[in-house]
Ligand binder design. Structure first.
Ligand code: IDP
Ligand code: MG
Length: 157
């Protein structure tokens, strides 16, 4: 990983998978040039969901959120790139699709904040914590170059 690069955790939530948006959503991140270094489909257990969303414990929407994220398969990803935590959140758009900018994933593919099709870590600490919930270190494939790395390769970055 070059200096300035970060990793973040992205998940296509069960509504996104069930609606057949997996490839479309992955494409948004790939098109930006982010490097996918981890990718899998899985069912989130109640235990994983509780860890993932521990900051929301006790909020009015908490139980519903746990039910939602465990309701079907998710596609979990780790992506890498410059400022990727912020950049991925920008591509996703605001939590409530009604507030999200047109052109973002949530604005273009979702209507309600209860079913907003995609998750992305909100800061470096969350990214590290969330990656560890879903991936073992050896499941990440880091030793390869994608086109974005090739086209941004220069000496003084
Ligand atoms: P984020 O996903 O944009 O980071 P958070 O505030 O961390 O938003 O909330 C986590 C998830 O919980 C949201 O993506 C959404 O699915 C759900 N959520 C957040 N706020 C509400 C709410 O007010 N009602 C119902 N669900 C909510
Ligand atoms: Mg969040």
């Amino acid at each position: 990983m070059m200096h300035n690069e970060e990793r973040t955790f992205i998940a296509i939530k069960p509504d996104g998978v069930i609606r057949g948006l997996t490839s479309t959503i992955i494409k948004r991140f790939e098109d930006k040039g982010y490097k996918i270094i981890g990718l899998k489909m899985l069912m989130v257990t109640n235990e994983m969901a509780a860890k993932h969303y521990e900051e929301h414990y006790g909020k009015p929407f908490y139980n519903r959120l746990i039910k939602y994220i465990t309701s079907g398969p998710i596609v979990a990803m780790v992506i890498q790139g410059y400022n990727v935590i912020k950049g991925a959140r920008q591509l996703m758009g605001a939590t409530d699709p009604a507030d999200a900018q047109v052109g973002t994933i949530r604005a273009d593919f979702a209507q309600l904040k209860e079913y907003n099709v995609v998750h992305g870590s909100d800061c470096a600490e969350s990214a590290e914590r969330e990656i560890a919930i879903y991936f073992k270190p050896e499941e990440l494939c880091t030793e390869w170059k994608n086109m974005a790395e090739i086209v941004t390769e220069k000496e003084d970055l």
